[in-house]
Design a protein around this ligand. Structure first.
Ligand SMILES: *[C@@H]1O[C@H](CO)[C@@H](O)[C@H](O)[C@H]1NC(C)=O
Length: 385
């Protein structure tokens, strides 16, 4: 309750400042988050350094323990609604803590990848940064440099970082399939030779074409993250134009030609009864707004929009969802879609969970729920990677 009160107070202040023209909502929230920045500090177990992959800033966590064999590796994208957060510039203590913990517990190399933020940069900048940095890391010479076993690499992320992790995984998996073996060699595309062993998505956002899922309805005024704020942030990922935001609030933002995509997010078939409860499915209202943005139909922005053929070769997947989260049903529908095409999925659902819990597990809140989610995620990684 205290956390929710603080979050809602900050939101209210940010919206007031925006309405009277002092600064934009996301600028104010960025200032609050930047108060929590941590330096790249090494400790007795892990060497922490800030560097760059091509020109993408990354924070590296290398275990100090001596190791004969090559190590496992985890690539991590932080959350923050595409607007906030960074590993190297203003990282929240919580993500630094999480990556350090992962490196130490799994004796793994951990890479926290930064990406350009909205609203200064819109999609696909974030996706492109993710791809650039991941491809750089997956090169033989870089994996060798950091002592990584190429067959044991995971990709993870929370919230909007989960969106990026899912999108990058789809892109690289399908790239490999679409390239015949010999052409990979001809083009010396060693950068995507290696596959991810698994992906882990923590309360990810995976679609916005339907903003009236049961989880949107149940958590309209949700703890910390309300439906309005979630929609505001995701609309900034695509554009600064407020028309999109207004249309998304009414769930009337999709053009007629997007009709074929709605079966990929049809919660009347993809959500188990338990989450559907008494909610009644309504068919989408299309072509109501003059708004037509190709990015809203792009699976690199909204991974649930990939078709079955694009999903079926994905690696083993871990998805964690929280009950009290507007994004809950995105994660659950992805579980169903992946299961339907035979991808091995492990689903952890946290009954008393709230969105963003990992962000509050360090000082001053030490949120028990966040620590529990961290342990669930780490223990699955440890068993499966
Ligand atoms: C969603 O699924 C229901 C069946 O449960 C079906 O009647 C409806 O036409 C579907 N809608 C879309 C847009 O796929």
């Amino acid at each position: 309750m205290a956390l929710d009160a603080v979050a809602k107070t900050c939101t209210l202040m940010a919206l007031c400042l925006e309405n009277i023209g002092v600064m934009r909502y996301e600028e104010f929230i960025s200032i609050i988050i930047s108060l929590d920045y941590t330096q790249p500090l090494s400790d007795e177990h892990v060497t922490v350094t800030d560097t760059a992959f091509v020109d993408i800033p990354v924070r590296l966590y290398l275990p100090k323990r001596k190791s004969e064999a090559p190590r496992r590796a985890v690539i991590y994208f932080h959350g923050g609604g595409f607007c906030f957060g960074s590993f190297t510039a203003e990282e929240q203590t919580a993500f630094d803590f999480l990556n350090r913990w992962t490196a130490n517990k799994l004796d793994a190399v951990v890479v926290g990848i930064d990406y350009r933020l909205a609203p200064k940069y819109h999609f696909p900048a974030q996706f492109e940064d993710g791809i650039t940095a991941v491809k750089y890391f997956l090169q033989d010479k870089i994996l060798t440099k950091y002592g990584v076993d190429p067959s044991r690499i995971a990709i993870s992320g929370d919230s909007s970082g989960g969106t990026l992790a899912a999108a990058v995984t789809q892109q690289l998996t399908n790239f490999e399939i679409s390239q015949p073996q010999h052409s990979v060699q001809v083009h010396t595309d060693s950068e995507v030779k290696h596959k991810f062993k698994l992906q882990a998505l923590l309360y990810p956002g995976l679609q916005v074409i339907d903003t009236s899922l049961p989880s949107h309805r149940d958590n309209q005024h949700g703890i910390v993250l309300t439906r309005d704020i979630a929609i505001k942030l995701v609309s900034l990922f695509f554009t600064k134009d407020e028309a999109l935001l207004q249309a998304m609030r009414k769930n009337q933002h999709m053009p007629l030609e997007s009709k074929h995509l709605f079966r990929f997010v049809n919660w009347s078939t993809l959500l188990p009864d338990k989450y559907r409860k008494d909610h009644v499915y309504t068919e989408p209202v299309l072509g109501r707004s003059a708004y037509s943005l190709p990015a809203l139909m792009d699976h690199r922005a909204l991974p649930l929009l990939a078709d079955d053929a694009q999903l079926q070769h994905l690696p083993q997947t871990y998805i964690l969802t929280c009950q009290y989260d507007v994004l809950r049903d995105d994660g659950i529908m992805y579980v169903s879609r992946l299961q339907n095409v035979g991808v091995p999925v492990f689903h952890d659902h946290v009954e008393n969970g709230i969105h963003g819990a990992l962000s509050y597990m360090t000082s001053p809140l030490y949120l028990q729920l966040g620590l529990r989610i961290k342990d669930m995620y780490i223990s699955w990684l440890d068993k499966n990677l």
